[in-house]
Ligand binder design. Structure first.
Ligand SMILES: [Zn+2]
Ligand SMILES: [Zn+2]
Ligand SMILES: [Zn+2]
Length: 694
């Protein structure tokens, strides 16, 4: 900000009271001559008179910063006063209701906020939170800008699409056909999320002017705007405008979940039929079971977009069963018992088998809940169990979304899983890296040419399997899988001489890994592969083991005896080496950098070996931001066959969506070196994706 441009900023107005010229400014005879000439010309009518000083000072050409950005005079004084931007004058302006606290988002507020946050220690609590609010208003304004950009982007693609359609271009080849896929790759978000942002942006810019204005003013954030857009999507433009008026007004002052409830109620009131349609169509389009990795490294299973009645009945059943287990003496918190019941039911076990002698179930399940002082507005907390006990399936279920069982605040639960398969079975690679040398990833089998719609677990070959008899817990159902044993190169080559380096299973939770691998290895369709990873964690070689290798640890270690990851355990190392040897694998190098075409094949469909080499190298779809696992993805010839070869340097996994998008106008994929892909999107921007890092 330039102080010289600010009116009244000069505390010592020398230019008015001082001498006509500064001392070092000598009178200029040429200038005087010019002025004399000009006066003569004007007098002779040959030149227009110059404007008088008062004419140039009119409001038409002087714009004060205060006018431009609603700046309060006091705030201006604080900025421009003797303390200036670096002084102590600014902090108080962020106090509640002070000038900066009231300032709408603009470049001025951005500059002030940056300045005020340069040294947070100088701010009082009140001022500190004022800076927080200012940053939020700026953020909301930034979302407003994004919303307008996304809407314009979508409008352009839509125009291209309609033009192509009108010209009779067939589906799949029309320009502008995949705006969501393109946006997802650009922003590295899921397609579901990209689609939602586009829908939301179009609604906000075309039929929700009040909400859009609220974002522009920094008062409504992206989440609340998204809620308003979602709940008005099925309303007529007139009803949407009414809802917009009401909800935009309420949005800045209520929590997002409260706004969602109000929006739902309003939608129901304005157009009950539309509300029902929205629910039904979402259920049809998005009902699914999600298996996801949690950020902690654990996993979750969830049924999404279920009937409310179904969800409540399941909840009540799980809860009452857990209560009966507890009364029967099964240990653990109610949370843990409910999870046990949940897993038992999903995996076809009877939860009551957990009770030693099966007790007669009492007719009445009602029992005091853990915390009888359940409060309606209680915030969910991490470790306390505050169950509003439904008691029996017939008992009324609380409406309070803050019920700790409803996990309404889980951001990860929202819209991440565009594809059930994307997050599945990644547990083997979930552990933090760098604590060990070997890991196991499991690729579920689904045939040689799996489609992304296939669910390998639906395969029922009628095979029988034996579960470990010595297991205290009910056996896990074995899963047919390709067990991909990841071995770090250093470990393998250094093994014989320094077995102590091999912390074996240390990278993963050893017990979990054993359980999963042991169960999977018993399935007759399961096969083993070994992927060798280099120093950078990418795959350098891969080998497929022939035949079946049912595996169980020689002596399952005591859970208590698991050594810390930094301590060598010779027995584990030996056992691991035994396994690798037993698999009898011939490792094939994976082409990197350049390709010597040693694995090139003279037919269209790559062999199983070549498929594995490519999928070991690129473990997910190669499109930017796509997480679809390679095992479910098509192996695509980057340059179409037969001009392009069936070879490591010309193959890469692409999920069905990106395979289709790639064929549309404006999309281009190149493979400048094996495993490195350059995707050019219809916008002309390009993004590079690289081999997987394990
Ligand atoms: Zn393999
Ligand atoms: Zn090649
Ligand atoms: Zn993809």
């Amino acid at each position: 900000m330039d102080e010289r441009e600010l009116p009244g900023s000069d505390p010592t107005p020398e230019s008015v009271s001082g001498p006509p010229y500064p001392e070092d400014f000598a009178p200029d005879p040429d200038w005087d001559a010019y002025l004399a000439w000009r006066e003569r010309e004007i007098a002779a009518g040959r030149c227009e008179a110059p404007p008088e000083p008062w004419e140039i000072e009119g409001p038409a050409i002087s714009l004060s910063l205060g006018d431009a950005a609603d700046i309060d005079p006091l705030l201006l004084a604080a900025i421009c006063g003797p303390d200036g931007l670096g002084g102590d004058g600014l902090g108080p302006q962020f106090g509640q209701d002070a000038a900066a606290d009231m300032l709408r988002p603009s470049s001025v507020l951005a500059a002030l906020t940056e300045q005020a946050s340069a040294d947070l220690s100088r701010l009082t609590d009140n001022q500190l939170l004022g800076v927080l609010h200012a940053a939020r208003r700026l953020e909301n304004r930034a979302h407003y800008l994004q919303t307008r950009v996304i809407a314009e982007f979508a409008r352009r693609r839509d125009e291209e699409f309609e033009t192509a359609k009108a010209r009779g271009v067939r589906a799949g080849c029309r320009a502008g056909e995949f705006p969501g896929v393109e946006l997802a790759s650009e922003l590295l978000i899921s397609r579901l999320e990209a689609g939602r942002r586009i829908d939301s942006a179009i609604s906000l810019t075309t039929r929700l002017p009040r909400s859009l204005q609220g974002m522009s003013d920094g008062l409504i954030d992206a989440e609340r705007a998204g809620i308003i857009a979602a709940y008005t999507a099925c309303l007529t433009p007139e009803d949407a405008a009414k809802a917009d008026e009401i909800l935009a007004q309420a949005a800045p002052d209520v929590r997002a979940d409260t706004l969602a409830r109000r929006a739902a109620a309003l939608e129901m009131k304005l157009d009950p039929e539309a509300a029902r349609t929205r629910k039904e169509s979402t259920k049809r389009a998005a009902q699914r079971v999600e298996v996801q990795l949690e950020r902690s490294g654990n996993a979750s299973v969830a049924g999404r977009e279920l009937d409310i009645a179904d969800a409540l009945a399941s909840k009540a059943n799980i809860h009452s069963t857990a209560l009966r287990l507890r009364r029967g003496g099964v240990e653990g918190s109610l949370d843990h018992l409910r999870v046990k019941v949940f897993n038992d039911l999903l995996q076809g076990r009877n939860p009551f088998d957990r009770l030693a002698p099966v007790p007669e179930a009492p007719a009445d399940d009602r029992e005091p809940p853990d915390d009888p002082t359940h409060e309606v507005d209680k915030e969910p907390t991490e470790n306390t169990v505050a169950v509003n006990d439904p008691g029996s399936p017939d008992a009324p279920v609380p409406e309070d979304p803050a019920d700790d069982w409803d996990c309404a605040d889980d951001p990860a639960a929202d819209g991440l899983a565009e594809d059930l398969h994307e997050y599945e079975y990644r547990g083997g690679r979930a552990g933090p890296r760098g604590h060990g040398d070997a890991a196991i990833g499991i690729w579920p089998r689904s045939g040689d040419h799996p489609s992304s719609d296939e669910d390998p677990d639906n395969e029922d070959d009628g095979a029988t399997w034996s579960s470990p008899a010595d297991d205290a817990v009910p056996a896990r159902a074995p899963t047919p899988a390709v067990i991909n044993l990841l071995v770090h190169a250093g470990t393998l080559f250094g093994w014989d001489t320094t077995p102590s380096e091999a912390s074996g299973w240390g990278l993963l939770n050893p017990v979990e890994t054993r359980d999963i691998v042991r169960a999977a290895s018993r399935h007759p369709q399961t096969r083993w592969c070994v992927t060798l990873t280099g120093p950078d964690g990418t795959a350098v070689a891969h080998g497929c083991s022939p035949g079946q290798h049912p595996w169980s640890p020689v002596a399952p270690p005591d859970r208590e005896e698991s050594p810390p990851p930094d301590q060598p355990n010779t027995r584990q190392a030996e056992q691991f080496f035994e396994l690798v040897r037993a698999l009898n694998v011939t490792l094939e190098p994976i082409a990197r950098g350049t390709c010597d075409h040693r694995h090139a094949e003279d037919h269209y469909t790559p062999s199983r070996k070549l498929q594995h080499l490519v999928r070991a190298r690129n473990a997910t779809c190669t499109a930017p931001g796509c997480q679809a696992q390679a095992i479910y993805a098509d192996l695509d010839h980057t340059t179409p066959y037969p001009e392009g070869s069936t070879d490591e340097c010309n193959l890469g996994p692409k999920c069905r969506t990106h395979h289709r998008a790639k064929q549309a106008p404006g999309w281009k994929v190149e493979q400048p070196e094996p495993g490195v892909f350059r995707w050019t999107l219809p916008s002309g921007r390009s993004h590079i994706t690289r081999p997987a890092t394990y």
